[in-house]
Design a protein. Structure first.
Length: 185
């Protein structure tokens, strides 16, 4: 069996939420049998690793309701419009969450964080040329900005202190990017 594609035969929308939509699809499997797949439709997101000339970066600490705990994360946010440019989202979210602007964004990767149940794709950017802007959190959003060395953040991701998968992935991408460029870390 060389083709592993599953084909949707029918789809039922289970939830039409503010952020997410949940579906149950009946699918045809590669061997011809059928099965059920439940999945979440997500608009996608951008995550940002700000990189200062001295090797510092910024993370945000915030409470996440589903796991009922506080996490240390890279700044990030969802695409608000179907065709919104992910780099525009990165610029918006960096300033909204941290109060910093960047004059240059470099795409350093993209990843699907939850392929077993979601189609979300997170675009990851390194942000350079940072200058103070104005933090502008959305209603109901509470974050604390944390500054630390990029190398320290990567170490926290590697030793399990940082558990958010988008942040772990973004920091690994950023470390490789900085290493390839020869930047301070």
């Amino acid at each position: 069996m060389s083709d592993l594609t599953e084909t949707s035969l029918s789809s039922e929308e289970l939830i039409d939420g503010v952020l997410l939509k949940a579906f149950r699809d009946e699918v045809r499997l590669p061997d011809g049998r059928t099965s059920v797949r439940e999945w979440i439709d997500h608009p996608g997101a951008s995550a940002i690793v700000p990189i200062f000339d001295d090797g510092q970066t910024l993370l945000v600490r915030q409470f996440r309701f589903p796991p009922r705990r506080t996490f240390l994360e890279v700044p990030a946010g969802k695409l608000d419009e179907p065709n919104e440019d992910p780099v525009d989202v990165a610029a918006r979210e960096l300033e909204e969450e941290t109060g910093w602007r960047a004059d240059r964004f470099e795409k350093i990767g993209a990843a699907y964080p939850c392929i077993g149940y979601s189609n979300e794709l997170i675009h990851v950017y390194a942000a350079y040329g940072l200058e103070r802007g104005e933090q502008d959190l959305t209603e109901g959003e509470f974050v604390k900005v944390v500054s630390m060395g990029l190398a320290e953040a990567v170490a926290k991701a590697r030793n399990g202190e940082i558990k958010d998968m988008k942040t772990v992935t973004a920091l690994v991408y950023a470390a490789a990017h900085v290493n390839e460029r020869g930047d301070a870390s």
